[in-house]
Each structure stands twice: as structure tokens, then as C-alpha cells.
Design a protein around this ligand. Structure first.
Ligand code: ADP
Ligand code: MG
Length: 255
């Protein structure tokens, strides 16, 4: 489902770790302006797929096409610069920096002029900084984070830290956003705010891959859901069909 243009295409990806096959022939497409859910029991290969797409791992076999380029094997920084941003299961903010500073760090990855150009063209640099601050303020507003703007992230509740991580990812203006269990440990209110951020990204044309275990949360957001078990796809389709799918139920109950 989802009429958008294919943004990333994973083809027949195999990922071996000394004797263990974490991904066993996975193919999957995420389109612009859509949300693809990814579910599966612990150890089924979800994070490994995010690591392959984002350049942390080079797949043992298979390919990853992002826009017009074959990116499997590219280093992570190059994949990120090309427009792929991911979050981690454990938030990776700088705890002593404020909420605003953490989100601003994401925006700075957009910096077009470079340090040297900035030093000789301070008016352009100031304009750029103004845009980053405006973008950061808009994201804080959307995520309900404005009240915490000046607080060190490390002092805030865990759910808020997760929202900061997602807002920072969005500040980098990704084309593809990979969210690895962003809703884990969130209150209902925080989950609503996370949904608002994901919808905002999707409505701006971002392709989103969303790993999560909360079916009600996924149901609100996804255009399509893919279920993994033991490194293989066992279901692809809509959420209603997945809830009733005997293979999916068996995979979850069997663990
Ligand atoms: P999920 O995110 O679905 O819980 P993972 O992708 O983290 O699953 O893990 C899939 C399998 O691959 C697990 O058996 C895990 O232990 C293994 N695995 C993941 N990363 C590595 C690694 N770097 N080295 C060895 N084994 C790994
Ligand atoms: Mg995982």
C-alpha cells in the first residue's frame, strides 16, 4: 500500500554473525510519505536490518538501494549524509546538554557552508543558525518539549529523553527515518507526542520504518506492516490481517 515512490529497497539480504544467520533473505520496500511497521519477537532480526540499512553492518549477501544508489557496504556516515537517519533502542543524547542543544545538533548536520565558509561569511552563517533554531523550536513544539527546552536531557524522565532522540533525528531532515522501538517505556501522553512527530515526518514526505511491539500504537500509524521471525518475513500486509495471522500468533506465542 502507499502510493509514494520507492525510497529504499532491501533485496534478499542475508546477515551472518559467526554461525548465526540473523537475516535470512529479507526483501522490503519503504516508500516516500509512508510508514512501514516492523514487528517480530526479540532476536528476530529487526535491529539488524536497521543496522544493515544505516551502514553499521555490511550484509553477507543481498542489496540495499536508496534512491538511485546501491548503498550496502557504505560507511554509516556516508549513508547518513545521503539522507538516512536512525534512532537506537537506547537513546543517544548528550545528557549534560539541554533539550534545545541536543535537537540543534541534529539540525547542524544540515550545515551547508562548512567551518571555513562560516568564518568568512558570518552573515550567511547567522541566517543558517536562525533557520536551525526555528526548526528546533517547531520540533520542540510538536513533541511537547518546549517547557523542557533549557533542561539538561539527563535530568528528564526516560520517555522525554526518547522524544528528544526522535526530534533530533527529525531535525537532520532525513528522507528515510529508521525508528528502533521509539515507543518503549513511553506513557500514553508521550506516545501521542511521538505519533505527532512521526505523522509530521510522513506528511513531509519522509519514508519511515517503525519497529514497535505495541499493536494499538502501530495501528494508528502504519501503511503496511512486516513481521519477522528468525530473520525471515512471515507476514506482510495490513495490521488487521496480522493480528489474525496464525503464523504471526504462533511466532509470538512460541517464544
Ligand atoms: P531484534 O532487534 O529483532 O530483537 P536483533 O536484530 O537485535 O533482533 O538480533 C537478531 C539476532 O542476531 C540475535 O540472535 C542477536 O543475538 C544476533 N546479533 C545481532 N547483532 C549481532 C552481532 N553484532 N554479533 C553477533 N550476533 C548478533
Ligand atoms: Mg532490536
Amino acid at each position: 500500500s502507499g502510493g509514494g515512490q520507492a525510497l529504499v529497497e532491501v533485496r534478499d539480504v542475508v546477515m551472518n554473525f559467526s554461525g548465526l544467520r540473523a537475516l535470512d533473505g529479507v526483501s522490503l520496500t519503504v516508500r516516500r510519505g509512508t510508514v512501514t511497521g516492523l514487528v517480530g519477537p526479540n532476536g528476530s532480526g529487526k535491529s539488524t536490518l536497521v543496522n544493515v540499512i544505516s551502514g553499521i553492518y555490511t550484509p553477507t549477501a543481498g542489496g540495499v538501494r536508496f534512491k538511485d544508489e546501491e548503498i550496502a557496504g557504505w560507511p554509516a556516515h556516508r549513508v547518513a549524509r545521503a539522507g538516512v537517519t536512525r534512532t537506537f533502542q537506547d537513546p543517544r543524547n548528550v545528557p549534560s546538554f539541554s533539550v534545545r542543544e541536543n535537537i540543534l545538533m541534529g539540525a547542524h548536520r544540515l550545515y551547508a557552508h562548512g567551518a571555513f565558509a562560516a568564518s568568512v561569511n558570518s552573515a550567511a552563517a547567522r541566517r543558517e543558525e536562525g533557520r536551525f533554531l526555528a526548526r528546533t523550536a517547531a520540533l520542540m513544539e510538536a513533541a511537547g518539549l518546549s517547557a523542557y527546552a533549557d533542561d539538561p536531557v539527563g535530568d528528564l524522565p526516560y520517555g522525554i529523553q526518547r522524544l528528544v532522540e526522535v526530534a533530533r533525528a527529525l531535525a537532520s531532515d532525513p528522507e528515510l527515518l529508521l525508528l528502533d522501538e521509539p515507543a518503549a517505556g513511553l506513557s500514553d501522553t508521550e506516545a501521542e507526542r511521538l505519533m505527532a512527530l512521526v505523522r509530521m515526518a510522513r506528511d513531509h514526505g519522509v519514508g519511515v520504518m517503525l519497529i514497535d511491539h505495541h499493536m494499538d500504537f502501530l495501528e494508528e500509524l502504519v501503511d503496511e506492516v512486516v513481521a519477522f521471525d528468525a530473520g525471515q518475513e512471515i507476514y506482510r500486509g495490513d495490521m488487521a490481517g496480522m493480528r489474525d495471522d496464525p503464523t504471526v500468533i504462533e511466532a509470538y506465542l512460541g517464544k
